[in-house]
Design a protein around this ligand. Structure first.
Ligand code: SAH
Length: 354
């Protein structure tokens, strides 16, 4: 990566300020902004309504981060598309595009790797290499839209990485992606998933955005959660639930709890009852997800009948729950598996410290 400034992470007003300082007319900033944010061009040469001289000037001062398609897998079952993207520094990240009745949803990554250490997750096996810039999160959407010739209407921050461990860039991404002169994807069509970084949930709540907060709970008590999610040692379930209740209160948005069903670990009737008691009366919904078996660990999917039974128990507490439909199962469309396969050598990992 060279040391030119990342032009694509700038908001329109920041770009206008830069252009004013360069002695360029303000309307040029909007033109450039639209090339970057609406069309997702990756070279100044493509900005055909700018003079060649201006394109050359911009080229000298700025760079446009991108996500280049390194591999692309298309599910034969449901058309789900999984990308392995290469970034400017040759690091790779994954994104998945899913087609639902209401349109296209993209699942984007927010970090190269992850340091949170959840025992069942492939993204974290080699630690976190680096944060993604806002531009790099946006570029995943642009690259997929341009490749597939579609418009993506929904975004989930559920790919590789912990979004709240990259708070500033993720918030900047949220501002840019829902800006009306940019991709204009409404906050209500965006979900952010976290393993439970409590102070950052509080910080996000204070911003009162209309995005959906998804919380990866995966256990109804600290004993189980401690064993599968190291983050729980730092912020336990009681602290997490307090932050979630506050988030729901501040934003009036229902919290979505992710609960990965792992046979013999967290899927008993007593776990369901405990979870029902924990969430009873809360503005919440539970997504039950059969765990995806990762080669490096030994977690197995719960039986279908137990997943349904678990859901019925939750319903008895008035807690809404659904079983997540598995998309792209033939292309391993989740959890950092493609990047691992591509990187046979371990990434430069950092110590797990949170
Ligand atoms: N770091 C964020 C977002 C990325 S993970 C988070 O923890 O929420 C997206 C979701 O996939 C999380 O709910 C995560 O717990 C879940 N997940 C990770 N590995 C999985 C696996 N092997 N099977 C099923 N879900 C998994």
């Amino acid at each position: 990566m060279n040391n030119k400034k990342d032009i694509k992470s700038l908001t329109l007003s920041e770009l206008e300020a830069e252009f004013t300082a360069l002695g360029l007319p303000k309307f040029r900033a909007l033109q450039v902004f639209e090339w970057l944010q609406v069309r997702g061009v990756t070279a100044f040469g493509e900005m055909t309504n700018l003079s060649k001289a201006l394109r050359a000037q911009l080229e000298e001062q700025y760079r446009i981060p991108y996500a280049a398609i390194e591999r692309k897998l298309v599910s034969q079952i449901d058309g789900t598309v999984k990308y392995l993207f290469a970034l400017e520094d040759a690091q790779t990240i994954e994104s998945v595009v899913m087609h639902y009745k209401y349109g296209y949803t993209i699942c984007v990554s927010t970090q190269v790797g992850c340091k949170m250490g959840c025992k069942f997750c492939a993204s974290t096996l080699n630690g976190c290499v680096r944060n993604l810039a806002a531009s790099e999160i946006l570029s995943q959407i642009h690259a997929a839209q341009n490749d597939l010739g579609i418009r993506i209407s929904h975004v989930v921050l559920m790919g590789m990485g912990e979004p709240l461990d990259n708070f500033e860039n993720v918030v900047r991404f949220l501002d840019l992606v829902s800006f009306e002169r940019g991709l204009n994807i409404s906050a209500r069509n965006i979900s952010l998933s976290t393993c439970g970084i409590v102070p950052k949930i509080e910080a996000l709540a204070a911003q009162k955005r209309q995005i959906t907060l998804s919380v990866s709970l995966h256990a109804p008590n600290d004993a189980i959660r401690d064993a599968i999610m190291p983050v729980n040692h730092k912020w336990n379930i009681e602290q997490l639930m307090k932050a979630c209740r506050n988030y729901a209160h501040m934003t009036s948005r229902r919290i979505s709890f992710e609960y990965t069903m792992m046979k013999g670990i967290n899927d008993s009737d007593s776990c369901a009852n405990e979870l029902g008691r924990l969430l009873k009366g809360m503005l919440a919904h539970v997504n039950l997800i059969p765990v995806n078996t990762v080669e490096e660990n030994s977690f197995h999917k719960s039986d279908q009948s137990q997943i349904r039974h678990f859901m019925e128990i939750l319903n008895q507490y008035g807690v809404g729950a659904t079983v997540r439909r598995t998309l792209g199962s033939d292309i391993n469309a989740s959890c950092g598996q493609l990047r691992r396969a591509a990187n046979s050598a371990p990434a430069t990992s950092k110590e797990v410290s949170i």
